[in-house]
Design a protein around this ligand. Structure first.
Ligand SMILES: *Cc1c(COP(=O)(O)O)cnc(C)c1O
Length: 379
């Protein structure tokens, strides 16, 4: 079976882990963590980057930083991963779901303003497939209404909006290094702090609510409990692994883009025949080839398509179950307006295998995809 994801190793991960081990430095915020922070800050232009255990953890930190109180509202798409909502629900906040755009599957920025109430505190744009949301419009709405913008850039490392790296545009940005993402450490993530007003408190929340980071920099002579917080920093072993990946980020992105572009060219013809719709990347967005997906005509065709590929030894997957339709989403969330695109597109989307090394299987995958897509059209 050709898997839909296969984690890529650069070859230096174990060597760096061995170095961390030899240095006797295993807890967080050691030399490798600092290298990762410096890389992220240089790469994204963020004021401060902080490694976390996951993007979920970075979103939870953002929810604490935004000072969300029970009943506060956070506007986000329903078409996203559960963590986008969970992080805020943990603070007692209410996710308010608005529809997505039909082209990029990102939050429809023209629907945000009407969803704002006096309880609204934040907007969480999710950059689906590493393709940017309309950040100029979103930032303008947020400034006019005094809202915090937290980018869920879990899929967005090495992508940009009008030349600005994803995660570096909102007040805060959250990245993921989960093994299904482009740059990985098994589990892993980072919080990007762009609004300098959040920087000091972000360090404190990440270190169990203490000023331990300032103590280690010699800025205070003892450290103590000064705020709420948790343990959000990963071990040096994780950072060592991650740094090896960061060093190869350009190569990884280039190779993924080559695979993505080749799928895209191959499927132009079946799109012209009306059998599928290919991903849309607006001209002002540069993307990282996080995923290649196709939109089939309907739910039933998608089921047959996935089954046909499976018979050919190819794994393809779908996601997401819109959060407003999930049991927890129905209990804790609220929907604003119609979610027509969300429900329609989530029934029709399928993701194809995209990983470094899949190229040798690509001709076979392309052939099977074209056959399965045209089969659906015939039936
Ligand atoms: C992967 C993902 C997350 C969660 O990332 P973790 O690092 O696994 O916590 C959150 N949001 C989106 C959009 C994702 O794709």
């Amino acid at each position: 079976m050709i898997p839909f994801n296969k984690p890529y190793m650069t070859g230096r991960e174990l060597w760096y882990i061995a170095q961390a081990h030899a240095a006797g430095q295993l807890a967080g915020d050691g030399a490798f963590t600092l290298k990762c922070h410096a890389w992220l800050e240089a790469r994204t232009g963020a004021h401060k980057a902080l490694l976390t255990h996951s993007c979920t953890a970075a979103l939870e930190m953002a929810a604490v930083l935004a000072n969300l109180q029970p009943g506060d509202e956070v506007i986000m798409p329903s078409y996203t991963f559960v963590s986008t909502a969970n992080a805020f629900v943990l603070r007692g906040a209410v996710p308010v779901f608005v529809d997505i755009r039909a082209d990029t599957l990102n939050i429809d920025e023209t629907r945000i303003e009407a969803a704002i109430t006096e309880r609204t505190r934040a907007i969480v744009p999710v950059h689906y497939a590493g393709v940017a949301c309309e950040m100029d419009t979103i930032m303008d709405i947020a400034r006019r209404h005094g809202l915090v913008v937290i980018e869920d850039a879990a899929q967005g490392i090495m992508s940009a909006y009008k030349g600005r790296p994803l995660g570096s545009i909102g007040d805060l940005g959250a990245l993921s290094f989960h093994e299904t993402k482009n740059i990985i450490s098994g589990e892993g993530g980072a919080l990007l702090v762009n609004n300098t007003g959040f920087a000091e408190r972000a360090e404190i929340i990440r270190e169990k609510g203490t000023n331990r980071a300032r103590f280690f920099r010699g800025q205070v002579d003892k450290y103590t409990w000064i705020d709420v917080g948790s343990s959000y920093l990963p071990s040096e072993l994780v950072a060592a692994f991650l740094y090896a990946q960061m060093e190869e980020a350009e190569t990884i992105t280039r190779q993924r883009l080559a695979t993505w572009n080749s799928y895209h060219q191959w499927f132009a013809e079946i799109e012209n025949k009306g059998a599928v719709r290919r991903p849309v990347v607006p001209a002002h967005c540069s993307h990282n080839a996080h995923m290649y997906y196709l939109l089939l005509p309907g739910l039933e065709q998608r089921g047959t398509f996935i089954e046909e590929l499976r018979k050919n030894g190819i794994q393809s997957v779908f996601h997401y179950v819109p959060l407003d339709r999930a049991p927890c989403g129905q209990r804790v969330g609220r929907v604003h307006g119609e979610l027509t695109n969300t429900w329609d597109l989530s029934d029709r989307l399928v993701r194809l295998p995209l990983w470094i090394g899949v190229d040798e299987h690509q001709p076979g995958i392309v052939q099977a995809v074209i056959a399965a897509a045209l089969l659906k059209q015939a039936s």
